[in-house]
Design a protein around this ligand. Structure first.
Ligand SMILES: Nc1ncnc2c1ncn2[C@@H]1O[C@H](COP(=O)(O)OP(=O)(O)OP(=O)(O)O)[C@@H](O)[C@H]1O
Length: 387
């Protein structure tokens, strides 16, 4: 969808901003450009919508060389989100959002209806926030308006330069998650510039790690963290890349332990004997169909009369995560609920539990797989006690 062919930019004062850039962003893919200040990320992005012209090579969008397309027409096909947002201060939020549809000649009513729809999509109430002026919004809300405005004319391409840079870390993570949820439905082709490796890893389908004016590695977040291409990338992604990997490694069925189970409709006495026979202190409680309900302690079952059912003694499960969640999310839920393990579900069906030891194994295995360049499921894990 967006293709860089040996693109270079030397500014008139002789500064080489980028040199020999070649990479491709597939349709519907989100690629993050990450690197230290001044390495050429913004220059790269601005060459796509011709705010800056390259001095070498060419850029193709949908097969078309952008240098042959009228810049104004080109920019209408590309949403552009920048850190300073650039909202018009004397226009309402609704009118700001309707800017591009109005520019391309939509009738006022249609443009405003579309703007209202977009505000809702980014989590703002058009009735409440639409009539306000930008100064009457929080920083996070202004960023959302920036995203809504960029999406208003439904462009196939989104260019985002530090789009979440101006807000505090908590709001930032919130906006990142919201944008990812949005992207899962709108599937734009996105180039996102950031200097924050965490953001690059969290947001990108693939990441381009920039050195000075060139790309040092272009790959998936997992590979960049697990197998940095060279010493520069390794230094840039940091010594705590094992931790960062938590954010990109997903829970798989093989990572789960099967704990003792008890059924909602089972008599307490029978369940208690069964748990005691295997030395278990608790069981996960499931419905007859296998849906997660909660958990029950073996002691509680012991103390109950023979007539009680497991269901009347079970406690609701406070925390669980869906299969495919990241290890980071599972770990964070464990910490938040002060739990020694976390249940994993597929829809409502209980699959198993993830324990800290299994979480460590999953992490270790995925790092090993990337380092050796082999698929993760072909790697065997040996713990220290096996050695
Ligand atoms: N108009 C210009 N004239 C001369 N040099 C420029 C110009 N614009 C940018 N540069 C230089 O080109 C290099 C790349 O700049 P660019 O803005 O693309 O970097 P960046 O990676 O986006 O940095 P940051 O994260 O700080 O925004 C820098 O050395 C910068 O000083």
């Amino acid at each position: 969808m967006i293709r860089f062919e040996q693109v270079g930019k030397v500014y008139p004062d002789g500064t080489t901003a980028v040199d020999g850039l070649s990479f491709e962003v597939a349709k519907g893919e989100l690629v993050t450009l990450v690197g230290p200040s001044g390495c050429g990320k913004t220059t790269t992005m601005m060459m796509v919508n011709r705010l800056i012209e390259p001095t070498a090579g060419r850029i193709l969008v949908d097969g078309e060389d952008v240098s042959t397309v009228d810049p104004v027409r080109l920019r209408r096909r590309m949403g552009y989100v920048i850190q300073q947002v650039g909202l018009f201060p004397h226009r309402t939020v609704l009118d700001n959002t309707a800017t591009v549809p109005a520019l391309i000649g939509w009738k006022r009513a249609r443009a405003r209806a579309r703007a209202a729809e977009l505000l809702e999509l980014v989590g703002l109430d058009p009735a409440v926030h639409g009539p306000r002026y930008p100064a009457q919004l929080s920083g996070g809300q202004r960023q959302r308006v920036g995203v809504a405005r960029a999406l208003a004319a439904d462009p196939p391409v989104l260019l985002m330069d530090e789009p979440f840079g101006a807000v505090d870390p908590v709001v930032r993570e919130h906006l990142q998650n919201e944008f990812l949820a949005l992207q899962a439905t709108v599937r734009k082709t996105v180039l996102l510039v950031t200097h924050d490796i965490e953001e690059a890893v969290r947001m990108g389908d693939r990441i381009a790690v920039y050195g000075q004016g060139r790309i040092e590695q272009f790959d998936t977040p997992g590979t960049v963290l697990g197998a940095p291409a060279n010493a520069y990338v390794a230094r840039f992604v940091g010594a705590d890349r094992g931790l960062k990997r938590l954010a990109v490694t997903r829970i798989e069925p093989d990572d789960l332990e099967e704990p003792p189970l008890a059924r909602l409709d089972e008599p307490a006495g029978a369940a208690a004997r069964r748990l005691r026979s295997v030395g278990a202190r608790w069981a996960v409680v499931v419905s007859p169909a296998g849906d997660l309900h909660g958990w029950v302690a073996a002691d509680t079952l012991d103390l109950a009369g023979e007539g009680a059912t497991v269901g009347s003694l079970a406690r609701r499960m406070e925390a669980w995560v869906p299969l495919g969640s990241t290890l980071k999310r599972a770990f964070s839920e464990m910490l938040q609920h002060d739990a020694g393990w976390i249940a994993v579900v597929d829809g409502s069906r209980f699959l198993g539990v993830l324990t800290p030891a299994r979480l460590h194994e999953a992490l270790r295995r995925s790092v090993d797989a990337d380092e050796r360049g082999i698929p993760r499921d072909e790697v065997e894990f040996h713990s220290v006690s096996d050695a």
